[in-house]
Design a protein around this ligand. Structure first.
Ligand code: GDP
Ligand code: CO
Length: 407
């Protein structure tokens, strides 16, 4: 891959945020120049072998999920975490069939589990995580970030070094393939074991009067970015626009960083990555634990990459967009770094969307570092009916297959 060098890097305490980098060529010829970095495909492949891609899915068109699954590079492991309907017609069953069928044809390593599997509830309870993720019935709550946590635990149990996310509602499989390669390129450039890659799109293609129009990407993202940047600017005294990926659903991180972070619920999980890192590792922050000190010494690197492919996904309406804005700005509002000036700006911005007097605090799920991963997965393997694992390479006999695919 040939990728632009970041023009600048904003250093905020131990957090290093690189300016947006464009993908110049997905496949390149080994020509280095001062403005671009060439990353040989072999290096990218080395990262892919230690990579798990998590696909959160809730009632998406099955053809879209199928395309996304087929697009993920073979060397990665795939983990599908579904919160789709189980009533007839059983959407989850369809998803499981698609995964199984693709595994039969490709022998790629794949896992699928349902978010509401009661055994997941027990496993989280056993891990002492019940207050953070479960509802009153002892099941995992609804929500994309809740699904992402499940996926991250499975990725950890596989001993993966890198964890990435790909939405299931993407219309262009070729773009999903590029995202994963872009993630890997980011990790090839990283100098710290604590790093994250976030993707950015230039355009949001729309059909306007029968023609394809390349509209600039996202109103919500722009607003989220503005306030995340303001948190930095008000502390350094220098205006910055470095953050352009506040709402990047498509992102990846090292397992070491995944263990370090706490996670916000719903659609505020992505902007909260920044808020958490600013609060804990930003300018003037004090490190508390040894792990924190290790990360602070190594530095936490954030790469932002502009993809070559556009992003075309399912449109989910105005309400969804407003919830995303509210979730994002709530995390900013409750940041330790948010001073009265930024607070008043956030309130002004939210205006009508805000039904209560003040922005609520999002529920924060603490680090998953302490969860005993072997015990967690052992519980799922022995009892979770919706959990199906398809290992890489082994051509199984019929008997073994039904053993793996319970339920
Ligand atoms: P947007 O693209 O950020 O506007 O958000 P989407 O609504 O497309 O959601 C992103 C991804 O998360 C999609 O693949 C959804 O199907 C999936 N998703 C949404 N809600 C849930 C949920 O409660 N659980 C899981 N596991 N996935 C979800
Ligand atoms: Co989407």
């Amino acid at each position: 891959m040939l990728i632009e060098m970041p023009r600048r890097t904003e250093i905020f305490g131990s957090v290093k945020i690189h300016e947006l980098q464009r993908v110049l060529k997905i496949d390149s010829g080994g020509f280095e120049n001062p403005r671009a970095k060439d990353i040989p495909f072999e290096e990218i492949k080395n990262v892919l072998r230690h990579f798990a891609i998590i696909i959160p899915v809730k009632n998406e068109k099955i053809h879209l999920l199928d395309g996304v699954l087929r697009a993920i590079p073979f060397d990665c492991s795939i983990i599908v975490v579904s919160n789709s309907g189980r009533e007839t017609p059983d959407t989850y069953k369809m998803e499981q069939d698609v995964v199984k069928n693709l595994h039969d044809l490709t022998q790629q390593e794949m896992f699928i589990i349902h978010q509401k599997d009661p055994e997941l509830g027990f496993a989280f309870y056993d891990a002492g995580y019940e207050d953070h993720l479960l509802d009153k019935d002892g099941l995992v709550r609804d929500g994309k970030s809740e699904g992402m946590i499940i996926g991250m635990l499975l990725a950890k149990s596989l001993g993966k070094d890198f964890i990435g996310f790909a939405d299931a509602d993407n219309y262009i499989p070729g773009s999903v393939r590029e995202y994963v390669i872009d993630y890997a390129a980011g990790f090839c450039m990283s100098e710290s074991p604590y790093s994250m890659v976030r993707l950015n799109w230039r355009y949001k293609p729309k059909v306007v009067e029968d023609k394809l129009y390349f509209k600039k990407w996202g109103r919500v993202s722009e607003t989220t970015n503005k306030y995340l940047n303001l948190l930095i600017s008000t502390h350094t005294g220098f205006e910055t626009r470095v953050v352009v990926t506040g709402n990047a659903g498509e992102h990846a991180l090292t397992t070491k960083l995944a263990d370090l972070l706490s996670y916000s619920t719903g659609y505020s999980i992505e902007p909260y990555h920044f808020v958490y890192l600013f609060d804990r590792f930003g300018m003037g922050a004090e490190t508390i634990t040894n792990t924190d000190a290790d990360a602070a010494n190594a530095g936490i690197e954030i790469f932002q990459i502009e993809t070559l492919n556009p992003h075309i996904h399912e449109e989910k309406g105005e309400e969804h967009v407003n919830n995303m804005l509210l979730g994002s700005l709530q995390t900013v509002y409750h940041s330790k770094l948010c001073n009265d000036y930024v607070k008043s700006k956030v309130l002004e911005e939210l205006g009508d969307i805000l039904e209560w007097g003040k922005p609520k605090e999002n529920i924060i799920m603490p680090s998953i570092r302490k969860i005993d991963i072997h015990n967690f997965v052992k519980m799922l393997e022995s009892n979770a009916d919706t959990f199906a694992r398809f290992e890489r390479g082994a051509i199984e006999s019929e008997g073994e297959k039904t053993e793996h695919l319970k339920g």
